[in-house]
Design a protein around this ligand. Structure first.
Ligand SMILES: [Zn+2]
Length: 403
């Protein structure tokens, strides 16, 4: 079975640390570190880390530039434009959308359809999944209509909306265990009991051990890791992003053949670590980053600082080109983030065979165990060193704390 791992809001070093403390030491059945989906809003986001996280294989999804519910077209589009311009995310790779606070209307879905997203992830169930008559239907398409949350959203259901080919990828299941206060032991038992239905959604800032001034609950961090430890030794369990899951939904194969699904595989980009280029790999780009010093939220980017803060309605302001330097050229639609040189304005690789070395291992129904694994380290957060984000096996660089 697949278990999706999701997180939302701004991307910062400490939010990536929070996710990594759950995923970085794990392997799926094919030997690849699990990937996840990040619903990305842009206020307080450090753009260069979005690039890095994306190039490392994770999914970036539109979560509205300034994190408002029931968004208008400008909010939806501005997020995409800024992600493309300042984090160099290919627009065609952003196939999903999640509205902040799960606050949507039928108009939201119709606006989204004009953009061409493949899936939306914005609707919760209204009836707990273990209760009779639950409206937990998942996944399904809008080929006919919406089929849940019908009484709360005007004009929803009753044949609406019809948006052929669009998938609903909602894991916002009403699975509360009805406890009145936090009880990690009870929650762990509950998550195990709910396992056939579960995905993990995290709000990483609340679980980060590296965010200054915040002391997350070690008990909760440990409970989540223990749950993942337990889940990974169940048979045929893969931790995946929404996009990986949707790829399988659209072209499903038996579990014994999942190593043939390219979206689940992992690879190492063929780059000389001494080569200086903006490509989402810290060892290659660390001397090329620009620090964009805005009072509200400073950030780094490898694609040129804008003259003003990116805003709704002006998500890609003119570039602020330092004296003696040249402007950065934006990612074209026919090159990948990894191989686009924004300074020399050229694509370093256009053939698929020059791009990656495949690290995936084959799996077989005859293997002793069709389970994932974890590698080294302690599950206990209190005995583990702070997990500072260093992508690509520790060869990265660290941004200043809090950036
Ligand atoms: Zn959010």
């Amino acid at each position: 079975m697949f278990m999706v791992f999701l997180a939302d809001d701004a991307v910062q070093s400490y939010t990536i640390d929070a996710v990594n403390q759950f995923l970085a030491h794990r392997q799926n059945l094919n030997g690849c570190t699990p990937k996840m989906t990040h619903f990305t809003s842009l206020n307080f986001t450090n753009y260069t880390l979005v690039t890095d996280w994306y190039v490392a294989g994770n999914e970036i999804v539109d979560h509205i530039m300034m994190h408002v519910g029931n968004p208008l077209q400008d909010e939806i589009d501005s997020n995409l434009i800024a992600l493309n311009a300042l984090a160099s995310i290919l627009l065609k790779s952003i196939i999903g959308f999640c509205t902040p606070f799960l606050n949507y209307s039928i108009n939201t879905f119709e606006l989204l359809a004009t953009v061409g997203f493949t899936y939306y992830s914005s609707a919760a169930t209204t009836i707990p999944v273990m209760d009779p008559g639950t409206d937990m239907f998942w996944p399904y398409t809008f080929n006919n209509r919406m089929a849940k949350y019908c009484l709360d959203i005007a004009d929803s259901c009753k044949g609406q909306p019809v948006l052929p080919g669009t998938h609903l990828m909602d894991l916002w299941l009403n699975v509360v265990n009805r406890a009145t206060k936090i009880n990690d032991t009870a929650m762990l038992d509950y998550m195990k009991a709910m396992f056939t239905l579960i995905g993990l959604y995290t709000h990483p800032i609340h679980l980060s051990t590296t965010y200054p001034g915040v002391n997350p609950s070690n008990s909760t961090i440990n409970m989540i890791n223990r749950f993942l430890d337990w889940a990974q030794v169940q048979q045929d369990v893969w931790i995946v992003s929404n996009k990986q899951l949707l790829t399988w939904v659209q072209n499903s194969v038996p579990t014994s053949q999942l190593d043939s699904v390219a979206a689940l595989n992992c690879s190492t980009p063929q780059f000389n670590t001494l080569q200086m280029i903006c490509n989402g790999i810290p060892t290659n780009e660390n001397s090329l980053l620009s620090h964009c010093v805005f009072s509200d939220f400073p950030f780094y980017t490898c694609y040129g600082c804008p003259e003003t803060e990116p805003m709704v309605g002006n998500p890609n302001p003119a570039q602020q080109v330092p004296h003696g330097q040249q402007m950065c050229f934006r990612l074209p639609t026919n090159c990948s983030t990894l191989f686009w040189d924004p300074i020399d304005r050229k694509c370093l690789c256009i053939a698929s065979d020059c791009a990656f070395g495949d690290n995936s291992q084959s799996i077989s129904v005859n293997s002793a165990n069709l389970t994932g694994s974890r590698m080294g380290g302690s599950t206990d957060a209190s005995t583990r060193p702070a997990n500072v984000y260093v992508p690509f096996n520790g060869q990265g660089f660290a941004l200043p704390i809090g950036v």
